[in-house]
Design a protein. Structure first.
Length: 319
């Protein structure tokens, strides 16, 4: 059976995008990816805890949020059904039920948010059939009310206003060029380590999911420079790794320099990352060479020691 291709890791990228969405309030929020509800393998995609429950989050996605906020994310390959909706509501109820003490998580301080790239039309119809009301509070943000124990919302990322939600809009198999370009421009203004790490996490998945689009963007010199700047840590790791390994194996240095030249000529970040993996694999051969060299040195030292046992003619005549 053929090996299945590596599946894109959408969920970590989504958590990074969520961090970027709420970066204006990030110091007052605690984001917990893949939060374990119990010792059993039941996890919430993202749990957001507000330090000040009565203070409103600036981003409109967070307007509904209270102190404890259960987040479910569906990748572009995943469906969103009525059962998924109630499962997420169930996760929130379990989170409350597993509190450290009785009523540690008040029901009036709990919300649910579900993210998906496209609108789940069938699920919306079923929700209405079951007596729930759906209101589009903001573009792409649908509040679900009636017959629920706490507020809930469905976020359709491709319907969000582009100006404020680029990080979520580019998490798609069909990202738009203007969204990516604006994301890169705004990302250059983010200087905190946390924001930069989130930007890189979002880009790594977005680039892999939209290879042709990013190839087109790299033809734009300004955008290409911005992309390289945002992922410079990865590129610098590749450069240092290649140089350090090249001290033991000259051929590796040559290969590393070629990779760096390919970067300057517009090589894609994902391919550079693959090159970095390749160079790391060469570390094995570096260690093998070092071990061989040490063994040779020990052998020569032993020969020198044994040689001292035999006197030379000069030693005899000097006596």
């Amino acid at each position: 059976m053929k090996n299945a291709p590596d599946k894109l890791q959408w969920h970590p990228a989504f958590c990074a995008a969520a961090g970027l969405e709420f970066h204006e309030d990030i110091e007052r929020l605690e984001l917990k990816p893949e939060y374990n509800l119990s010792k059993e393998p039941i996890r919430i995609d993202l749990l957001i805890i507000k330090e000040e429950s009565d203070r409103r989050i600036k981003n409109e996605i967070g307007h509904i949020m209270k102190k404890y906020n259960v987040i479910e994310y569906k990748s572009p390959e995943d469906a969103l059904t009525i059962d998924d909706f109630y499962k997420t509501v169930g996760y929130a109820c379990l989170y409350k039920g597993y509190g450290e003490r009785v009523d540690a998580v008040p029901i009036n301080e709990l919300t649910v948010s579900i993210f998906r790239a496209t609108r789940p039309e069938k699920m919306f119809l079923t929700l209405q059939k079951y007596g729930h009301k759906i209101e589009e509070k903001y573009p792409g943000i649908y509040y679900v009310t009636e017959h629920l124990p706490f507020p809930a919302q469905i976020i359709v990322t491709q319907e969000l206003e582009p100006g404020e939600h680029r990080s979520l809009r580019i998490l798609s198999n069909h990202a738009k060029k203007e969204d990516v370009e604006e994301f890169l421009r705004k990302a250059e203004e983010m200087n905190t380590p946390r924001d930069r790490q989130n930007v890189e996490a979002v880009l790594q998945v977005s680039v892999k999911a939209n290879d042709e689009l990013y190839r087109e963007i790299r033809r734009d010199a300004n955008m290409c420079d911005a992309l390289r700047e945002l992922m410079k840590d990865d590129l610098e790791d590749a450069r240092k790794l290649g140089e350090s390994e090249g001290k033991a194996m000259g051929e590796v240095v040559g290969e590393a320099k070629i990779i760096l030249k390919m970067n300057h000529s517009g090589m894609s970040p994902e391919n550079i990352a693959q090159a970095r993996i390749w160079m790391r694999s060469m570390q094995y051969w570096k260690e093998k060479f070092r071990h061989y060299y040490k063994m040779r040195q020990k052998k020569f030292e032993k020969i020198k020691i044994n040689a001292k046992v035999f006197q030379t003619p000069s030693d005899i005549y000097s006596k």
